[in-house]
Design a protein around this ligand. Structure first.
Ligand SMILES: *[C@@H]1O[C@H](CO)[C@@H](O)[C@H](O)[C@H]1NC(C)=O
Length: 436
């Protein structure tokens, strides 16, 4: 940690956005209290009503900033509103470091060892997101953005927390474990590469399930992590993508395509999906944060998604593609510190929140809700794990380690085959007689 290789940046950061926000919050609370005191004497309003009104105003102002005016809005059968926003009007370009950013239409190079990629998959319609069932498409030159609602924000702990992973301070690092931030009841079943290798991307095919979530603010996700920086500092850079079920974030229990990024260990920078300025979307067919369909069913049809994230070797942006041919968009190199150079670790697997709400382990499921031992059609899998090397070539991951903090609740087993390369089954039911 420390020197980051980007000019004009060091680990000695100026007063952060978070500091300002804290100050604003203190001012805001002081203002509220004063108002409530005055009003409780003069008017018949309860303090609660006043607070809600002001809170709603704040939320509305925030939503006006992040929901850009759409050219067209498509109503998804699941209730989502998908706004088609002009590419040049997307939220990402509000980022102070992206003021004069010229949107990259295409990466300069795809990783070697994969199929040829079209600028955008214009092939036959893929019914892989629920909103596509409506039949209407976003017009050319626009990108589909899931609209955030007041209810979405109200389910979050606060406006500040909306769209963020809660700060996960690494309380205990097991000496036999990789650098996983496993505080705050976050539990993992993951595979990871050896650290301090230079990596420029990763790929995997993940099958999609709809695990049940016991408590609204718990979640269950299956994703890959592209990491650089230190886990015990404040400078961890992470790019994440996969599917997740999060009633708090989306108001339902559908598995959704999601992305996440941070350049300061989940503190002031970054967010899920397009909920803050950062990720630049180029695709007009894929809505990040929208529900995936169909999903796998136990002992029957299996459906999976393929995600590749890699660094453009010439320009330095981190691109994401979906399936074998579809470019989704990219994280500009500017928003990162360590990842402006390369990644030092890649992780694949599941994560859940165990809030122990009734003093016992959560029943929230990971993957399919079944243990790795159950195998194909029953357990969830990641297959064809690959990484992108310095020469921009994709290759099968040769040696991975696995970790499950509490294998009586969720576990993982890795294998190798010619067809699936390096792969693993993972997941579990959470609470059971062995996991009380
Ligand atoms: C799709 O959504 C648009 C906009 O909400 C609506 O006008 C149209 O009728 C919908 N189409 C279908 C097939 O539901």
């Amino acid at each position: 940690m420390g020197v980051t290789g980007r000019t004009g940046r060091c680990s000695c950061s100026p007063p952060s956005y978070k500091d300002h926000l804290l100050l604003l919050r203190i001012l805001f609370v002081a203002m509220l209290l004063q108002r409530a005191m005055v009003e409780s004497r003069t008017l018949n309003y309860t303090r609660h009503t006043q607070t809600s009104t002001l809170r709603l105003e704040r939320i509305t102002r925030h939503l006006d900033k992040i929901n850009k005016p759409p050219v067209l809005t498509i109503e998804s059968p699941d209730g989502d509103l998908i706004d088609c926003v002009h590419k040049r009007k997307q939220l990402a370009l509000d980022h102070p470091l992206l003021k004069n950013h010229k949107i990259q239409k295409m990466p300069t190079e795809m990783p070697r060892g994969m199929m040829k990629v079209n600028k955008e998959d214009e092939g036959e319609s893929m019914a892989w997101q629920t909103w596509h069932l409506n039949g209407t498409r976003c017009p050319k030159g626009t990108v589909p953005v899931r609209r955030s609602t007041v209810h979405d924000v109200l389910r979050a702990k606060s406006l500040y927390d909306f769209g963020k992973k809660r700060a996960r301070v690494p309380l205990s690092r097991r000496s036999d474990a990789p650098d996983v931030l496993s505080a705050n009841g976050h539990e993992h079943a993951i595979a990871y590469t050896g650290s301090s290798q230079e990596m420029y991307g990763a790929k995997a095919t993940i099958n999609v399930w709809d695990p049940s979530i016991q408590v609204i603010n718990e979640f269950s996700l299956s994703q890959l992590w592209i990491l650089s920086g230190s886990f015990d500092g404040t400078d961890l850079n992470s790019i994440e993508a996969g599917w997740q079920v999060s009633p708090e974030l989306y108001g339902d229990s559908r598995p959704r395509l999601f992305t996440y990024w941070t350049s300061d260990s989940y503190r002031a920078t970054g967010c899920y999906n397009l909920l803050c300025a950062g990720f630049i979307q180029t695709n007009s067919r894929i809505a990040i944060g929208a529900a995936i369909s169909p999903v796998s069913s136990y002992g029957s049809n299996q459906y999976d998604i393929t995600i590749l994230i890699w660094k453009d070797p010439k320009v330095g942006n981190w691109w994401m593609s979906f399936g074998d041919k579809t470019l989704v968009g990219y994280w500009p190199a500017e928003v990162f510190t360590h990842l402006a150079e390369h990644a030092t670790m890649v992780e694949w697997g599941g994560e859940v929140v165990n809030s122990r709400s009734n003093g016992q382990h959560t029943f929230t499921q990971m993957g399919s809700g079944h243990f790795a031992e159950d195998g194909f059609g029953k357990a969830s899998y990641f297959r064809n794990l690959q990484i992108v090397d310095m020469d921009n070539s994709l290759s099968s991951v040769q040696s991975i380690s696995t970790l499950a903090e509490n294998s009586n609740c969720y576990d993982i087993k890795s294998f190798y085959s010619n067809e699936w390369g390096t792969y693993f089954y993972y997941g579990g039911p959470g609470n059971n007689p062995q996991c009380p």
